[in-house]
Design a protein around this ligand. Structure first.
Ligand code: URA
Length: 227
């Protein structure tokens, strides 16, 4: 991780204060003064600030059940940010792994571990996301085949990865996708002439949502390692 981030994760300093300390020559990595805030340091390097050894706080990982009418953003906008429901210290250190639209409900993952979230969201990882989709019209017979083949969405040049859709009610389906394109689920159903009327994310990789709306909990070690 970057030296400035390492210092923030080990002290109460803000990013700006950490950078000022680095530029002032107060930080050493393995006894060498480092004045570049972007220098990469490993968790087990010996990093000191004005002679004090720094030990980073462990990374944090949470699931939250996002209510409708909330924003996946650190700040309020047209709707309140879902961070309002997260009564935790240093919640601004956290970021959201795979945003949902304001009207979408369900599973949101939050962490301060950039490597972990990068691994979940990078397309090559093919991490499965499961959505329960309420539809205007019943699922047509062709939809499963079209989704399995991959669809060209409006304005895009590469087709979607193969996706699996199964009916779960007269106007409801369970959809599994392995990408996270902009408004992907709504655009996929629009591409086959249907319309999403409500959308709920149930699962990301091996992590299943199991807290009530507006609630959150820390992830278990098994969930963190198995995603
Ligand atoms: N796809 C969408 O269209 N919206 C979401 O919120 C998530 C996936």
């Amino acid at each position: 991780m970057r030296l400035d981030k390492f210092i923030c994760k080990s002290t109460e300093l803000s990013r700006t204060e950490a950078r000022q300390a680095i530029h002032a020559g107060k930080a050493r990595v393995n006894a060498e003064v480092i004045t570049n805030e972007a220098a990469q340091v490993h968790e087990n390097n010996c990093v000191t600030l004005t002679g004090q050894r720094l030990i980073p706080r462990p990374s944090r990982y949470f699931m939250m059940h996002k209510p409708a009418g909330t924003l996946c953003s650190n700040v309020d906008g047209v709707y309140p940010s879902l961070f309002r429901w997260l009564d935790l210290d240093r919640r601004d250190d956290l970021h959201i792994v795979g945003r949902l639209d304001a009207d979408t409900t369900g599973l949101v993952l939050l962490t301060d571990d950039g490597h972990w979230s990068f691994n979940i969201t990078r397309p090559e990882q093919q991490c499965a996301k499961v959505y329960r989709v309420g539809l205007r019209d019943p699922l047509s017979d062709q939809t499963a085949a079209r989704f399995a083949q991959g669809l060209l969405l409006q304005g895009e040049t590469t087709p979607t990865h193969p996706a699996c859709v199964v009916p779960s009610g007269p106007r409801e389906a369970l959809l599994t996708i392995t990408e996270g394109r902009f408004h992907q689920v709504k655009r996929m159903f629009a591409a086959v002439g249907n319309r999403v009327v409500n959308l709920h994310r149930e699962q990301i990789g091996g992590i299943r949502l199991n807290v009530p709306s507006g609630q959150w909990r820390a992830l278990t070690r098994t969930e963190i390692d198995g995603v």
